[in-house]
Each structure stands twice: as C-alpha cells, then as structure tokens.
Design a protein around this ligand. Structure first.
Ligand code: B12
Length: 541
C-alpha cells in the first residue's frame, strides 16, 4: 500500500481478551462480516482508496502491532469500525477512543448489526464515535467518504447515518436498504483488500475461536475443522422469528428495515465461489436458508456447480429440516466427507421447539431426516441449546436423552454441539424479556460494553440473563452469575463436546478429559498469557 493517504480504513476489532478453561486466553469474533469486502471494494470501484485491517490477524502476525501507530502512518480520512457482533462492543470503543484521542481530525464511525441497533446510544454515550451507519452500508459509506474527502461537513444527505451535528446527535431521514439489483453489483471476495489476507484465508475457520498460545497451524489443525472455510454471501434478511435471534424479521425492522429476504443471482454466487477458490479457500459456509421448505434456489445453484465442475466443499446451516430433493442435490454436488449439513433442533422438547423456533418440526420428522442422511451418506452436525425460557428440568432431560439417542444411532452425525445462547441486542428475548419470563442486564449498548470489558465474560458460559425459578430449589441461581454457573455445571456434566478432532464429538466425559488435558498442558507450559496481551494494540496511546 503506497504511502498516499488512504480514504477509508475499515477496522475489525475482535473481542481480544477471553478466557475459558480448555482454551486459556483466546480471541473471539475472528470472522469478518461477510459484507465488509463489498464495502471496501465498492469504495475502490468509485475511486476511493480503502483497506480492511483485522486486529486479530495483525496481532497474530506481529504482537507489537499498534493500530494507532498504523493509522498515524497511513492517515486515513475515515476509519470505519465493524461492530456487527455484540462481543466486539468493548474493543471497538477502546480502538475508537485511542484513534480519536491521537487524531481528532479523522472521522471515526461504526457499522454492523449491533451498531445499527444502538445507532443513537453509541454516539451519545461514546463521543469518540462521530457517527454510526445503520443497516446496509455500501451506499451510505460511499456517500460518507465522498463528503469527508471533499471536506463537506454537512452530512444530512448521507443515508442511514446517525451523526453528531453541532454537538447534537441527529438521525438522517434518507434510508438505503439494498435491492437484489444493488446486491448483485457488489463483490464479496476481493480478498487482497484485507491486510495480511493470506493468514485469514489459510488459518481462520469453523469453529471461530483463536487460542493465543497456539501457533497458526495448531489453531487451524487442532481447533478448527481444518478446511479453509469462507462464509459465502448468498443473500440478506430472514422472514422468520426465532426468539433468541437478533437477525429475525422482527429485529431486522430496527436494524436494516428489510421486510423480506433478497437473493444474489446464481451467476454472481458462482463468481464468488470461483474467486474464493482462486485465493485458496476449500469450503463454502452457507447460513442463509430463509424458506426451508422450498430450497429450489439451492438445488439450482448446486446443479450449476456440478455443470461447471466447480470443486469445493460446503457446510450448510439448515434453518428448518432439509427437504429430500435438497439432500439429494447436496450429496450429488458435495459427496466428500468434508461437506456436511448443520441441523438445529435446539431442544428435545417439541413444546419448546414450537415456542422458540420459527420452523417447527417433530422429533420423529428430525429422526426421519437423519435416517435419510444416513442412507445417502451425508455427514451432519446437530445443534442443541439449554437454559432457554420456559424450559423445565424434565424438558432439559428430554434434550439430554435425544442427544444421546442421536449419538448412539446415527454414525453420520459426526458432531453434536450444545451451546448456550448469550443475550443478543434486538432479539425478541432482548426486546421483550417479560414475555419470555427472563431477566437480562443488557438493555443498553453500555451494558454490552461493560459485559465485554471482562475476559471471563466469554461466549461459552456467559448468558447475560437468568430465568427466575428455573431450578425449583433455586440452586443458588437467583441472579445472572448464579444461573450462568449452574448452567455451566450442567454443560460440563451432560453436554461437553470438546475433543481432539474439531469435526467430531463424543460422550461428555471424553470432552471433560480433553478439557482437563488442555488446561493442564497450558499450566505445564507455564505459558502465562503474553505479558503484553492486555491491549498490546494500543501500545502507542
Ligand atoms: C451468516 C451468519 C453467520 C456466518 C457468517 C457471518 C459473517 N461472516 O458475516 C457465520 C456462521 C460465520 C456466523 C457466525 C457467528 N454468528 Co452469525 N449470523 C449469520 C446470519 C444468519 C446472517 C448474517 C447476514 O445475513 N449477513 C449479511 C449482511 C446482512 O451483513 P453484512 O453484509 O456482513 O453487513 C452489512 C451491514 O451489517 C453493514 N456492516 C457490517 N459490518 C460492517 C462494518 C463497517 C465498518 C460498516 C461501516 C458497516 C458494516 O454493512 C454490510 C454491508 O451492507 C445472522 C442472522 C441473520 N439472519 O441476520 C447471524 C448473526 C449475525 N450471527 C450472530 C452470532 C451471535 C454469531 C456467532 C457469535 C455465533 C457463535 N456463538 O458462534 C458467530 C461469530 C463468528 C465470528 N464473527 O467469528 C448474531 C449476532 C447478534 C449480535 N448483534 O451480536 C446474529 C444476528 C444471529 C444469530 N444468533 O445467529 N454467523
């Protein structure tokens, strides 16, 4: 990158400090938002020099990397921070404050789902942010960079912008929500726009954590599925309302104003796959299944992949139960062991599944589907959760029983992941806790900022809510901390899915054994988290 001043630096700050017994110190939120490449590419296409900087990658490449120093060297006109996931709340603000303190002339903004939901609160409570871009951002960011680089201070016409005008936070009226035509004009796989993109391609995978004391190779081969995996952009939006999800159609009203899902064209998707493969990717990761009962779009896409003889693997997260024609097409296109479907019954209780999951199906329908995948020879991962509103201890037992039954009877179900669900900003649980009989402590953005300022508040055991009387004998779980600890004990006893092969899971006791081994190895290595892992990126500030 020549020393010419950059117009826009898109900075991704993962949650840098996390601690969990089997992992020790780890970095979380390592995947970039799918759309960040499209944002940078769209700016480049319109003549604005842009670069994406992932602070996790930069630390991996150089533990002394300092974002303030780097900003000082490159002097971007605009720094746009990704704030998609609530876990990033603390780190993003810290980076914004450090940059703004040293370079007050640089325009600092944020975008993404979490920023969008709190588009007013963030600039009001955190003055280091000059603005937040709400919802889809390609057009708004282009307009913003255009204004800033032309020193136009009046930003009223920039769509989706909530900004500080003469000290007052104002929300612009104009609003952009991409159409299919606008989506198809975007490019999602221009990887070289990311600084050190080869590290991202070669070592970041599913599941998404990065153990700080492990090498690149160890993280990739021991903690991920070991395939270079790209989250593939297929479309945007969801017509469903699963009660914990902050991407539900109810939530999208406040985030993107999108009322129905949009799809990219099959040709554009094929272009993305081929470009991704040209950078070394091996597996396409799809989490877009808005109409689970009509997966015709994917059957057509898979047929094209076969027709053009495109060789890649696929991980497909089903939002319902896959249809037989879809399973047939999936197997015909991705016949290898590396490809698999993700199916999320969430709970063993049909009552609870109907209550929380938009696309209901019975346990019998689930088992029929798994039987068909066995016959076909298609691998799968099955996802459950626990500690959800309305759940009784008897229903928790139903989940434990169904998990065990699936593990014993379906060889192709390689992994059963049981994950607690942390409170998400803008999910139905979050917006209407009374309706779900839960108590959470995160109504405001500053609550997520506070929660994520602690490394012990990490995704594997913190929830940010509790359910009064979940345990009949109270069991000491009459507040969030007590509830989280009680559920952690349940997780370790019945649901631990850790193992030496991230693609597989065994009975909970094997997970506990692996967990104790990993933490013992860490202690023996006596590797204290690097003395400088507390904010090394801000050394200069
Ligand atoms: C696809 C998906 C995934 C994929 C790919 C995610 C990705 N790389 O973007 C995978 C499987 C990797 C994933 C993982 C996770 N996800 Co997810 N995911 C989704 C899903 C289903 C669709 C997201 C989508 O459509 N994106 C495409 C469009 C909408 O976004 P985009 O183009 O990336 O971003 C646009 C704008 O948001 C904005 N923008 C985004 N980033 C930035 C940055 C800047 C600087 C600017 C200016 C603008 C901007 O502009 C972009 C272009 O217009 C949503 C649910 C839903 N239906 O929305 C959940 C969702 C986003 N995920 C969620 C969560 C919690 C996670 C995990 C933490 C789950 C876990 N425990 O493992 C992990 C985190 C992984 C990581 N980052 O390392 C939550 C987030 C809630 C919140 N507000 O914090 C959601 C809302 C719902 C959920 N429970 O699943 N996810």
């Amino acid at each position: 990158m020549d020393e010419k001043r950059l117009d826009c630096m898109l900075v991704h700050a993962p949650k840098f400090d996390n601690w969990y017994k089997p992992l020790g110190d780890f970095i979380w939120i390592n995947y970039l938002p799918i759309g960040i490449f499209a944002l940078a590419d769209n700016l480049e296409k319109h003549g604005y020099k842009s670069e994406i900087v992932h602070l996790g990658i930069e630390w991996i490449e150089d533990h002394n990397f300092d974002i303030v120093e780097y900003v000082g060297k490159i002097r971007p006109r605009v720094v746009a921070l990704s704030l998609h996931w609530h876990y990033q709340s603390y780190d993003v603000i810290k980076v914004a404050e450090a940059i703004k303190a040293r370079y007050p002339d640089i325009f600092v903004c944020a975008g993404g789902f979490t920023a969008s939901y709190y588009h007013k609160e963030i600039p009001e409570d955190f003055p280091s942010l000059d603005a937040v871009i709400r919802g889809d951002a390609e057009e708004p960011l282009l307009r913003l960079v255009e204004h800033v680089t032309k020193n136009k201070r009046d930003l009223h016409t920039v769509p989706n912008l909530t900004w500080r005008s003469n000290g007052k936070v104002v929300e612009n009226e104009a609003f952009y929500c991409a159409t299919e035509e606008q989506l198809n004009a975007l490019r999602f796989t221009n990887l070289p726009l990311l600084k050190n993109h080869k590290t991202y391609v070669n070592y970041f995978g599913h599941p998404f954590m990065w153990k700080k004391s492990f090498s690149k190779k160890a993280n990739f081969h021991k903690l991920s599925i070991g395939s270079k995996t790209l989250p593939l952009s297929i479309g945007r939006g969801c017509p469903m309302t699963c009660t914990w999800c902050a991407g539900s159609i109810l939530s999208q009203r406040f985030i993107t104003r999108r009322t129905k899902p949009i799809y990219r064209s099959i040709d554009k998707i094929l272009e993305s796959i081929q470009e991704a493969l040209s950078y070394g990717y091996e597996t396409m990761y799809v989490v877009f299944d808005p109409y689970p009962d009509n997966q015709g779009f994917f059957i057509e896409l898979f047929a094209k992949i076969r027709e053009y003889n495109i060789q890649c693997e696929m991980v497909f997260e089903c939002h319902g139960l896959p249809t037989k024609p879809f399973m047939d097409a999936f197997h015909a296109t991705f016949p290898h062991e590396e490809s698999f479907l993700c199916i999320s019954p969430e709970t063993g209780s049909e009552r609870l599944r109907r209550m929380h999951k938009h696309r209901f199906y019975s346990n019998e329908e689930l088992l029929d589907c798994l039987r068909y995948l066995e016959e076909l020879g298609v691998n799968s991962e099955v996802f459950f959760t626990y500690g959800i509103p309305g759940e009784t201890l008897e229903e928790l037992q139903e989940t434990i029983k169904l998990k065990r039954f699936i593990k014993r009877n379906f060889k192709r179900v390689h992994c059963i992941r049981v994950l607690s669900i942390e409170m998400e900003p803008g999910s139905p649980w979050h917006m209407d806790p009374k309706k779900y009989g839960i108590v959470h402590d995160r109504p405001h953005f500053r609550d997520f900022y506070r929660a994520h300022s602690s490394k012990y508040n990490q995704t594997y055991s913190s929830l940010g809510y509790f359910i009064p009387n979940y345990f009949p004998d109270n069991n000491g779980a009459q507040d969030i901390a007590g509830f989280e600890q009680a559920l952690q004990r349940i997780k370790c006893k019945y649901f631990c899915f850790l193992g030496p092969n991230a693609r597989k899971s065994g009975p909970a006791w094997t997970g506990r054994l692996f967990c104790n081994t990993l933490s013992l190895m860490d202690r023996l290595k006596g590797k204290k988290a690097r003395a400088d892992d507390a904010a090394p990126l801000l050394r200069g500030s």
